[in-house]
Design a protein around this ligand. Structure first.
Ligand SMILES: *[C@@H]1O[C@H](CO)[C@@H](O)[C@H](O)[C@H]1NC(C)=O
Ligand SMILES: *[C@@H]1O[C@H](CO)[C@@H](O)[C@H](O)[C@H]1NC(C)=O
Ligand SMILES: *[C@@H]1O[C@H](CO)[C@@H](O)[C@H](O)[C@H]1NC(C)=O
Ligand SMILES: *[C@@H]1O[C@H](CO)[C@@H](O)[C@H](O)[C@H]1NC(C)=O
Ligand SMILES: *[C@@H]1O[C@H](CO)[C@@H](O)[C@H](O)[C@H]1NC(C)=O
Length: 234
């Protein structure tokens, strides 16, 4: 008993700060990964404090912690980034799950881009669709690159995605991280002549298979929708 207590004590000295979350968060050891985040760093008490904050924050599945400054950044996921150099921060991520861990989700790919998606059979309006995706631990499909637009085309019909300009007319915001769709990408992703905000009532967005592009529609319309999981293993 005494020797057990002693070895725990010695272990604590040798390895420094205890991190009881190592079965939940897995340390990303490779360089060339950065945190996908929309937040700024905050000063915290410890690595454990940073992990606890992540666990109670909606959609936080990864964080960085810088030992020397005690700065903590909460984020969505780690993403490979060839321009990222070896960093002084430690990057942690919740253990990734396989795409098929979630019933009905499957991975679709275009080139090296992969998405883990699920398509509804029921039609719901934007608000209801968004909460149904959230209940699945997902968000409405993020079509924010040319590659994701090609993946969108692999799913049948027309359906709601996670993009809207409800807050500020003409400023389209992605639901997943509140990022803004820039003007040149807007022209690439939307069908020609769209978005037109017809009757000043079109703030939500659907992918339309017929146009092979996006179109704005009224947020109160009931539509088929697609949810997407992030932080998965293909
Ligand atoms: C990180 O990316 C650079 C530039 O692409 C590459 O030279 C380096 O080998 C990469 N490092 C790792 C660990 O993958
Ligand atoms: C990649 O890393 C660079 C340098 O750290 C950073 O400026 C850039 O925002 C990162 N890109 C992404 C997509 O995370
Ligand atoms: C649009 O914004 C208004 C006011 O901020 C809010 O009440 C409404 O719920 C929002 N609708 C959607 C579909 O997000
Ligand atoms: C970051 O994204 C989350 C999820 O969409 C959102 O709730 C939060 O307001 C965003 N934070 C900022 C600073 O944009
Ligand atoms: C969306 O549908 C729900 C349930 O039918 C309804 O209560 C809500 O008012 C609708 N929202 C919009 C913006 O039409």
């Amino acid at each position: 008993m005494i020797s057990f207590a002693l070895s725990v004590f010695v272990g604590f000295i040798v390895f420094g700060e205890e991190f009881p979350f190592s079965d939940i968060f897995h340390k990303i050891s490779k360089s060339n990964y950065t945190l996908w985040t929309n937040r700024t760093a905050i000063k915290v008490r410890s690595r454990m404090d940073c992990a606890s904050r992540c666990l109670i924050t909606n959609r936080c599945r990864a964080f960085t912690f810088e030992e020397t400054t005690s700065m903590c950044t909460l984020g969505f996921c780690s993403q490979s980034n060839s321009s990222a150099r070896s960093q002084s921060v430690d990057l942690y991520q919740i253990q990734r799950k396989k795409c098929n861990t979630y019933p009905g989700f499957s991975s679709k790919s275009y080139g090296s881009t992969i998405a883990c998606v699920w398509q509804s059979t029921e039609r719901l309006n934007f608000t209801m669709a968004r909460s149904d995706c959230a209940a699945k631990g997902a968000s409405l499909f993020t079509v924010n690159t040319f590659e994701k637009l090609q993946i969108a085309g692999l799913l049948p019909g027309s359906y709601l995605i996670g993009l809207n300009d409800n807050e500020t007319e003409k400023t389209f915001v992605f639901e997943v991280d509140n990022s803004i769709l820039d003007e040149s990408l807007k022209q690439q992703l939307f069908a020609s002549g769209q978005p037109d905000d017809l009757y000043s009532d079109e703030d939500c967005v659907v992918y339309v298979d017929y146009f092979r592009g996006l179109n704005d529609i009224s947020c109160s319309r009931n539509e088929i929708y697609v949810c997407e999981q992030f932080c998965f293993i293909p």
